[in-house]
Ligand binder design. Structure first.
Ligand SMILES: Cc1ncc(COP(=O)(O)O)c(C=O)c1O
Length: 377
């Protein structure tokens, strides 16, 4: 089975982790700062806070932006639940915006219609690896005094109008889960150009304490204060060592993902029943996911059957995502449901993610193409 996504672990990764294990610093050591610095240099972003998941990065971002009870946060309906959950962690209410029908990115027109006096922030998801429309979202944010968090968990290495993802929002969040572009097993980063927001997120990842173990050790002091409530969201030195080792290959990995996507695009252009999601000409798409929308009427089958046929052909297709506003928790807690985001609801019944990851060979891609074409038989 060709999975939909998979990490790349090579000799330098093993060596880097082994070295970290022997270094004396397993966590809160020098590799954390080194990873933050290297990651920031790759994206061109000044302040980077390493945390132990993309979810923790989103939570820290909400806290730093002072999202709280009584606030609303606008989130696209098509995303991973964490994009919305982070608002709930801080006592706010997510409000679901619909998506553009051809890209499934958050639709600025829908966002505009969901802004109220309570709206505090927008979580813009760079779904599948393509940046959202930050120009349109930025105009709304300026007009209504809102903050933007880029959930860029799918999009390190992507760009919008020549500007790197990471620099497009007040805070950008990344995930280093194994299916993502680079991995630290579990891990995340919150990136910002704002030193104050970064300082808040640094405290938040370590209990709300104003210094960490290494700083106190360097300063020869034991005293610290806990100035607010935080969590243990720290990323270990072992994981940061892996991240540092992975980073130099990020650009080549994005290029390989794009090359596989180009093969799929060319092959599916002639298939009447599998429409790849649109890639905007003004963006560099990092292809965390390659998503096709099936024309189920033309195919004469439901999506579950297409999914099972692909799996039977050794293609680990997947679905990203079922709309978050249709999840039981959101229905029960926030009264969300069908009809609130009709474009997302329709597309979510028809999409399939096909395998795309750097270690895939051209022969693997050809197998995927054959399996998709074979659905019509
Ligand atoms: C869009 C999006 N946001 C947030 C996350 C959460 O990242 P993590 O799994 O590292 O907590 C994910 C992970 O799949 C994601 O896809």
């Amino acid at each position: 089975m060709i999975p939909y996504g998979r990490q790349t672990i090579e000799a330098e990764d093993l060596a880097a982790v082994a070295e970290a294990l022997q270094s004396g610093w397993l966590t809160t050591g020098p590799r954390v700062e080194a990873f933050e610095k290297a990651f920031g240099e790759t994206l061109g972003v000044a302040h980077n806070v390493a945390v132990n998941s993309g979810t923790a990065a989103l939570h820290a971002a909400m806290h730093a932006l002072k999202v709280g009870p009584g606030d609303e946060v606008i989130v696209p309906a098509i995303t991973f639940a964490a994009s919305a959950n982070c608002a709930v962690y801080e006592g706010a209410a997510p409000v679901f915006a619909d998506v553009e029908s051809d890209t499934l990115l958050i639709d600025p027109a829908s966002v505009a219609g969901k802004i109220t006096a309570r709206t505090k922030a927008i979580v813009a998801v760079d779904y599948a690896g393509q940046p959202a429309d930050y120009e349109a979202l930025g105009a709304l944010a300026r007009k209504h005094n809102l903050k933007i968090v880029a959930d860029a968990c799918h999009a390190p290495g992507a760009a919008y109008k020549g500007r790197a993802v990471g620099s497009l929002a007040d805070i950008s969040t990344f995930s280093f889960h194994p299916v993502k572009h680079l991995t630290t097993a579990e891990g995340g980063m919150a990136s910002t150009q704002d030193a104050g927001l970064a300082a808040s997120m640094r405290r938040f990842r370590s209990h709300g304490i104003d210094s960490d173990h290494r700083q106190r050790s360097l300063n020869g002091t034991f005293a610290y204060d806990m100035v607010e409530l935080g969590y243990n969201y720290r990323l270990s030195d072992l994981q940061c060592a892996l991240g540092i080792a992975q980073l130099p290959r990020l650009a080549a990995w994005v290029a390989r993902r794009r090359a596989i996507a180009a093969r799929y695009d060319a092959a599916f252009a002639n298939l009447p029943f599998a429409r790849p999601l649109a890639a905007r000409a003004d963006r560099l798409h990092a292809y965390h996911l390659y998503v096709v929308e099936l024309d189920l009427e033309a195919l004469g089958m439901d999506r579950a059957r297409a999914f099972n046929l692909l799996r039977a052909a050794g293609v680990g297709a997947n679905v990203h995502y079922s709309p978050v506003h249709l999840m039981t928790f959101y229905r029960e807690r926030f009264g969300t449901g069908e009809g609130q985001c009709p474009v997302a609801e329709r597309a979510a019944e028809r999409i399939l993610s096909l395998p795309v990851f750097p270690l895939m060979t051209d022969a693997d891609a050809a197998r995927v193409i054959d399996a998709v074409a074979g659905l019509a038989k």
